[in-house]
Design a protein around this ligand. Structure first.
Ligand code: SF4
Length: 138
């Protein structure tokens, strides 16, 4: 027969057993133990880095070739071949100057044509020229 005194005597012992059962070190009965942390990153598949994109000769957003009849092109004296520049109208023309060696030319080295910020959305000929030519720094 369990007396009140015997019950009070058993209470601390059963409380300690209950606390140890609920501690973090042991999962509750019926629960799965948490998965162990991976020992190394080899357990996680690391995707291979994406291949570097090929250097485009001409940006995809370059657009169509600039027409010499374009109003801005006419105003700046743009020609698709620098040798055809109107030297009387543009006495600042420098022999050997062309879009390809202009600081504003954005085409790749060796490209036939490329963008120029003066003619947004269009491409200028690498061999072209306009009166805004500025020697590219080397
Ligand atoms: Fe060519 Fe330079 Fe004139 Fe642009 S600014 S059209 S790259 S010469």
């Amino acid at each position: 027969m369990t007396t009140r005194r015997h019950f009070i005597w058993l209470l601390p012992a059963s409380g300690a057993a209950l606390l140890s059962a609920c501690s973090e070190s042991a999962p509750p009965p019926g629960a799965e133990a948490p998965a162990a942390a991976p020992a190394s990153s080899a357990e996680y598949p690391v995707p291979a880095p994406a291949p570097a994109p090929e250097v485009a000769q001409t940006p995809a957003t370059a657009g169509p070739m600039l027409e010499a009849s374009d109003p801005t092109a006419v105003a700046l004296g743009y020609v698709a071949l620098a040798a055809n520049a109107d030297k009387s109208r543009f006495p600042n023309f420098v022999e050997g100057s062309a879009c390809s060696n202009c600081t504003l030319y954005q085409g790749a080295i060796g490209s036939e044509a490329g963008p120029c910020p003066l003619f947004a959305g269009k491409q200028v000929a690498a061999a072209g020229w306009c009166s805004s030519w500025v020697k590219k720094k080397t």
